[in-house]
Design a protein around this ligand. Structure first.
Ligand code: COA
Length: 237
């Protein structure tokens, strides 16, 4: 959940055709400007944030965002909004989602907004929207290495939802949601690595690699020694 759209645009994103889900009466399609009032109602129910008007205009009409709506009849009942950008354009608090050595051109995806009306929750709509977005981001065309998002630290249902779908907590962001009421709301950054993307090495990873290095070298040397011995024996036969 975020109200920020960065400037790290990749230009107009090619949108794949969306497939119809296997849920009766429901289909997914890209959002359009005429959805704006329904999207406002959805956000009002889902998020404790007063979004500015131009945010709604952006998410329903920008060709730089992947905004997918779940629709029944003419009603928008859920949505997911994703921004694809180069890693180099991540905000400072998210600049460690990939290794420091990753190219700043590496594509990453940020889930700006994701929600389903309460009456339709727990019926698989959220999973379907997320799966559609992930398929798009994993595709050869987009080839993103990481999908990340911010969530309020107290939003346990959403956190559980993301964790069960392979997202890992990357950072705790104290006071990230400063606009909620007069209270500071803590946030978390969650990341799912795709297309071979990897989290940066932690100190623990480095120590564990150092610990394993001598064993690895020993195995290699033994194997080389055995090959050499075998070829020497073969020469004398
Ligand atoms: C997070 C959110 C989008 C999930 O949407 P959803 O439509 O409820 O998601 P699903 O129905 O696919 O999955 C929710 C749970 O219902 C279960 N479920 C799915 N289909 C089901 C069915 N037919 N019957 C019963 N349960 C079902 C899922 O297994 C899932 O549980 P799990 O996470 O333990 O696996 C929704 O809870 C929401 O809008 N929350 C408020 C906004 C929010 O917090 N957004 C995230 C901010 S970052």
């Amino acid at each position: 959940m975020s109200f920020r759209v960065s400037n790290g645009r990749l230009g107009s994103i090619p949108k794949p055709p969306t497939t119809s889900p296997d849920i009766q009466g429901l289909f997914c399609r890209l959002m359009q400007p005429s959805d704006i009032d329904q999207v406002k109602a959805l956000c009002a129910e889902c998020f404790p944030i007063n979004y500015p008007e131009n945010w709604f205009v952006q998410i329903t009409s920008s060709s730089n965002l992947y905004s997918l709506a779940a629709v029944v009849g003419n009603r928008v009942i859920g949505m997911i909004v994703v921004e694809v950008k180069p890693f180099g354009f991540c905000n400072p608090e998210d600049s460690s989602i990939l290794s420091y050595f990753s190219s700043s051109d590496t594509k990453v995806a940020y889930i700006l907004s994701f929600g389903v009306f309460k009456e339709f929750r727990n019926t698989g709509i959220g999973s379907h929207l997320l799966q559609q977005a992930l398929s798009y981001l994993e595709s050869e065309q987009m080839h993103c290495k990481a999908v990340y998002l911010h969530v309020m630290a107290s939003n346990f249902d959403a956190i559980k939802f993301y964790e069960r779908r392979g997202f890992k907590k990357h950072t705790f962001l104290p006071g990230y949601y400063t606009t909620i009421g007069n209270q500071l709301g803590d946030g978390c950054c969650y990341v799912k690595y795709i297309n071979g993307g990897e989290a940066p090495w932690s100190l623990r990873d480095c120590l564990s690699a150092c610990w394993r290095l001598p064993t690895w070298l020993c195995t290699r040397c033994k194997r080389l020694w055995r090959i050499r011995l075998a070829s020497t024996e073969a020469r004398f036969l």
